[in-house]
Design a binder for this molecule. Structure first.
Ligand code: NOJ
Length: 554
């Protein structure tokens, strides 16, 4: 029996507000995406995952959903969504949506009813409302903090006009956490899954899949308030072993996904899930992809690893072992809409530590050419590893993180919630340049929702198309080869003897291998092999220079 598509799929992430603008309002939309579907066909990916497109006040760029079973008017209509799904399918592209089960928008009818109902109202049971601490209830119920900064609690004004209960929001105040112990909450999310599955959607990415269940009594975090402590093992600083946390990665969450899996399996063809679960280690991640749970999960341990042979080897080995133990295919991810773009992360010469976010990059000098070389090598490594892979829109163009967006355009709630100290994630969300030599580079209206830098002319799709040295043609070539190479995708990996402190080299089944040189000195390819694709030219002696990856046959 052939392996199911999702075990090997390359999935393209469409960050819809920044992909393409069809109606000229400066915000990407479904019309823009439909008009640009050819780009995805030509790139050679298997599926697209579209970030939330539901009605939303946009407190967190659409991750605050006011109605899960409709489309945000600024993005289009339900009819357009259906047309897009059909057109993608005609091109053999599957479509994944993004479901946000941890929280709704504060504009969701459930939350409005909860606030309007006052303390004791049944509608409050769907969320996590609690009285405050202190004589007048003026302190938050516990010490939990929001991912975006500040306390995870906001106090409401009760219908009688007085300050009253507090509600939990692990993210923005506009994103109240729902109560997963409530049967109506569970039933309603099932209805949402079925609503979109019935419209032909092939699967869902599950937002913060590890956060749904909270420990009864909502105990204080105490020591867990801070990142997991580091301990020394064999002279190396590593994270302390996993310990139960009151709101991340609780074991009870898996019950939800067993129910969802049964629903997805009842469809023909079966629908699929990918978990967004920022958990501490590959073993914890593998629990989400057990046979009766989710199909796949984003591999953030790989995404956050520095560009270094030892660090990547460790995460690859652990990922493969933990996924094999549960029979699930790994995924490999370099970038997404929440982290600094990888060419900019890799542009920092010092790769001795993990630097994932813009705030961790700003003090460190960047070498753009180095980032570009490593980005070209990284995609060959990523696409050669066993399992599936993700491509975040714009990485195929080599777009860098925009590190100097002016304060006044920043839209990520992190900026405000951190007291204007963390510039957040807008730098990786800048609208895509399609053509032309100045903003908006064919994106749509002159005024894009985030400004595009001057100087992106050479990075447009139009400018790179047909240029064999461009990042875009490199991605196209790699994806084409991946499709034509049966050894790639799902399967086994065998490390080769050339591996060393600066080199990773492995075989993917008979006759196909990959070598990446992370060190400063050129390294030899195995004897007698034929180069299939190289991320940059080899040296005059046929050796692989620093920061170059090669796919080889033989
Ligand atoms: C993860 C999403 O990727 C991120 O963009 C969002 O802010 C949080 N979840 C909250 O929904």
């Amino acid at each position: 029996m052939p392996s199911p598509w999702w075990r090997s799929a390359v999935i393209y992430q469409v960050y819809i507000r920044s992909f393409a603008d069809g109606n000229g309002d400066g915000l990407g939309d479904i019309a823009g995406l439909r008009a640009r579907l050819d780009h995805l066909g030509e790139l050679g990916v298997d599926a697209l995952w579209i970030n939330p497109w539901y009605p939303s006040p946009m407190a967190d760029a659409g991750y605050d959903v006011a109605d899960y079973r409709d489309v945000e008017p600024r993005y289009g209509t339900l009819a357009e969504a259906e047309a897009l799904i059909a057109e993608a399918h005609q091109r053999d592209l599957r479509v994944l949506l993004d479901i946000v089960p941890n929280h709704t928008s504060s504009e969701h009818p459930w939350f409005r009813a909860a606030v309007a109902g006052g303390p004791g109202a049944a509608a409050r049971e769907r969320y996590l409302f609690r009285p405050g601490r202190g004589a007048g209830g003026e302190q938050p119920p516990n010490d939990w903090h929001s991912v975006f900064g500040g306390p995870a609690w906001t106090r409401v004004t009760e219908p009688d006009g007085h300050p009253g209960q507090w509600y939990l929001h692990l993210f923005d105040p506009g994103q109240p956490d729902v109560n997963w112990e409530h049967p109506e909450v569970r039933a309603d999310f099932v209805r949402t899954l079925e609503f979109w599955f019935d419209r032909g959607v092939d699967g869902f990415r599950i937002d913060v899949a590890h956060s749904l269940i909270k420990e009864a009594g909502l105990p204080n975090l105490g020591e867990l308030r801070f990142a997991r402590p580091r301990i020394e093992v064999d002279g190396e600083l590593v994270r302390a072993p996993w310990t139960a946390h009151p709101h991340w990665d609780r074991d009870e969450v898996h019950e939800v996904y067993r129910e969802w899996r049964a629903i997805a399996d009842a469809y023909d063809p079966p629908r699929v899930f990918v978990a967004e679960a920022w958990v501490d280690e590959p073993e914890r991640l593998s629990r989400y992809v057990r046979g009766d749970e989710l199909h796949t999960a984003f591999n953030f341990d790989y995404l956050t690893a520095p560009w270094q042979a030892a660090a990547l080897r460790k995460t690859i080995d652990e990922t493969l072992a933990e996924h094999a133990a549960v029979g699930a295919p790994p995924t490999w991810v370099l970038s997404n809409h929440d982290v600094a773009r990888h060419v900019s992360r890799y542009a920092r010469a010092d790769q001795s530590v993990r630097r994932t976010y813009l705030r961790q990059l700003s003090e460190v000098p960047a070498d753009e050419e180095l980032g570009r070389r490593r980005g070209r090598a990284a995609v060959l490594l990523t696409l050669a590893l066993p399992g599936g892979a993700y491509v975040y829109q714009g990485e195929e163009l080599g777009l860098p993180e925009v590190e100097d967006l002016p304060d006044e355009v920043l839209a990520d709630p992190t900026w405000v919630r951190s007291g204007y100290t963390d510039r957040g994630r807008d730098g990786c969300r800048v609208p895509i340049p399609w053509s032309g030599d100045r903003p908006p580079y064919g994106f749509g209206a002159q005024q894009t929702w985030l400004p595009q830098p001057a100087g992106w002319g050479p990075l447009t799709v139009a400018a790179q198309t047909g240029d064999p040295d461009s990042m875009l043609e490199h991605y196209r070539a790699a994806l084409r080869l991946r499709r034509d190479t049966p050894q790639l995708g799902d399967g086994e990996l065998r490390w080769r003897p050339e591996c060393g402190p600066d080199v990773l080299s492995f075989d993917r089944g008979p006759g196909f291998g990959c070598l990446v040189n992370f060190g400063p000195d050129p390294t030899a390819l195995p004897d007698g092999v034929r180069i299939v694709l190289a991320s940059d030219p080899l040296d005059e002696d046929g050796r692989v220079p620093a920061d170059v990856a090669v796919w080889f046959a033989g």
